[in-house]
Ligand binder design. Sequence first.
Ligand SMILES: NC(=O)c1ccc[n+]([C@@H]2O[C@H](COP(=O)([O-])OP(=O)(O)OC[C@H]3O[C@@H](n4cnc5c(N)ncnc54)[C@H](O)[C@@H]3O)[C@@H](O)[C@H]2O)c1
Length: 208
Amino acid sequence: MTQPERLSLGVAARLARYLQVLTQAKKEGKETISSQELSEWTHVNSTQIRRDLSGFGKFGKRGVGYNVDSLVSQIRKILRTAGQHNIALFGAGHLGRAIASSHIFADHGFTVVAIFDNDPEKIGEKVGTVTVRAIEDLKQAVEDEDIVVGVLAVPGGSAQQLADRLVDAGVKIIFNYSEALLQVPPEVTVHTSSPAVDLLYALYFYLT
Ligand SMILES: NC(=O)c1ccc[n+]([C@@H]2O[C@H](COP(=O)([O-])OP(=O)(O)OC[C@H]3O[C@@H](n4cnc5c(N)ncnc54)[C@H](O)[C@@H]3O)[C@@H](O)[C@H]2O)c1
């Protein structure tokens, strides 16, 4: 399989979207999927899908479609997300608990291996199988448990100080659920999740 050095942002975003649909299809027991079906679920047109996937070798058979399993592993390889990746979660509140006990990350090979909170009442509590720890343990946890992503499920006012600690501990990817605008060095990527902003984006394409 030939693989370009770096994907364009557009291709990477579409591949991630295909992966999301394929992972769900796999969970529902689907073995093959056509570019037309992928198109219906992702709203990317099927010609574009075939073009995106053909660039990386032949996964599909004419008339049969793509094998879901092999397409999932191929896209994960292309996105370099094959294997398991460890996450540290900050905030054992409503959102943090929901994230820790759901499959949204696990389905894509991410495991929540550590949960941090600054509320003394929560430290030592179990959320699923993980014990809530004090923030002072962060640096050691990143080192010992090979943590590559920090997920912030804390109030906006606490997010920057935690981002600073993550950067200091060497974590390069921050997934920010709060509304805080985070300042990080250029080598660190922040992804901010905002359902309302995603909806505005969808609305823009609906209205134009
Ligand atoms: N983007 C989304 O989809 C989405 C959805 C829901 C909530 N949110 C955001 O997620 C965040 C959490 O929401 P919630 O409803 O779970 O709040 P919550 O109050 O239930 O939980 C927040 C937790 O963070 C902890 N915390 C606060 N400061 C901390 C610090 N400095 N270090 C470690 N832990 C700290 C608190 O002790 C608490 O356990 C908020 O910023 C909220 O706006 C985003």
